[in-house]
Design a protein around this ligand. Structure first.
Ligand code: ZN
Length: 330
């Protein structure tokens, strides 16, 4: 198993201190399918439930990703990355996150006995900061937008390994398991649509790579906030837009590093990018909670997107999956 550059194909070992190729290309992971990974670090990973639910008139399958140990799907990536980093002897990591990825990395690092330092935007919710600190990770708050946090962490990377959930392909190797679980839970069927909140695209790309391995792709519908919609602008050939604050913090990413990869995944799946207003997100969060499902606003984005997309109804035989990315308790 090793990293290779998506542009010039140069190889790098997993424990490289570079986070991307010297030519500027992003890393991809090469893994021999016969290679069995040794995963000694565990927080009790589970197959998350796939629950049928009717929201307004729309029949959906909700994939309850809030059932993971730290409360979000980011545990899939953290589980994979921390285990492999431990196997190659990494003792100290830094990561930047708007919350959930930081919590997942901090928790798995704690379980692995790896020292973690997490950079978060100033606007990160106090509950998430408290959670990350509780795992024993050091916190550095960075002023300004999410992208500034990423820039700050790069300046700080010296002796620690940059365990980025955006740059490091081990993270996507982990989120891929979501595709296999959905396929398995639908009795070896690929659903018609999956709605995904997209900022850096960690879930969407994991789903894409997973279903690509399975051999058939569902239509991947990326849902962005109307206040921060770089993918929407790009795919519809619109000019760059002024980013304004949104309640969907987890996807407020102005310049996704893997923009091209995300757009290719959406095109290859015959999917689309749609946007939702804050009011629709609040509505979706509320209507879910009134049916017993309390999730964070970034999770509600995908539900808002599905309700909007199928506003005029959907064919009964369409299987629509909406992963609820993270729980609401913070
Ligand atoms: Zn390269």
């Amino acid at each position: 198993m090793y990293f290779y550059c998506s542009k010039c194909k140069k190889n790098y070992p997993i424990n490289t201190r570079s986070y991307k190729c010297e030519c500027g290309g992003l890393f991809k992971l090469f893994k021999d399918p016969s290679e069995i990974l040794h995963n000694s670090v565990s927080l009790g990973e589970v197959e998350t439930p796939l629950l049928k639910m009717k929201i307004n008139k729309l029949n959906l399958f909700l994939k309850l990703e809030q059932f993971h140990a730290t409360g979000s799907f980011k545990d899939r990536g953290a589980f994979m990355m921390i285990n492999q980093l431990k196997n190659v002897g990494i003792r100290e990591i830094v990561e930047d996150s708007s919350g959930n990825a930081g919590a997942a990395m901090a928790a798995y690092a704690a379980a692995a006995g790896i020292k973690a330092s997490i950079y978060v935007p100033e606007s990160t919710s106090p509950g998430k900061i408290k959670q990350i600190k509780a795992y024993g990770a050091a916190i550095t708050k960075v002023d300004g937008a999410r992208d500034k946090t990423a820039a700050a962490v790069l300046e700080a990377v010296t002796k620690a390994y940059y365990a980025s959930h955006v740059y490091n392909p081990l993270f996507f190797e982990g989120t891929k398991s979501l595709a296999y679980e959905i396929y398995h839970q639908l009795h070896e069927q690929v659903p018609n649509y999956i709605f995904v909140p997209v900022g850096n695209g960690t879930m969407l790309l994991g789903l894409y790579y997973g279903f690509e391995e399975i051999g058939r792709l569902p239509k991947l519908i990326a849902v962005q906030s109307d206040h921060c919609k770089p993918l929407y602008q790009k795919i519809h050939n619109l000019p760059e837009h002024q980013i304004t604050p949104t309640i969907a913090q987890g996807i407020a990413v102005g310049q996704p590093q893997r923009m091209d990869e995300i757009l290719l995944a959406i095109k290859n799946s015959q999917g689309d990018v749609i946007t939702v207003e804050d009011e629709s997100i609040l509505y979706a969060q509320d209507i879910l909670a009134r049916q017993g499902m309390y999730v964070e606003m970034t999770s509600a984005v995908a539900v808002a997107g599905a309700l909007q997309f199928f506003e005029n109804g959907k064919p009964d035989n369409y299987q629509v999956i909406v992963p609820l990315t993270g729980r609401g308790m913070q």
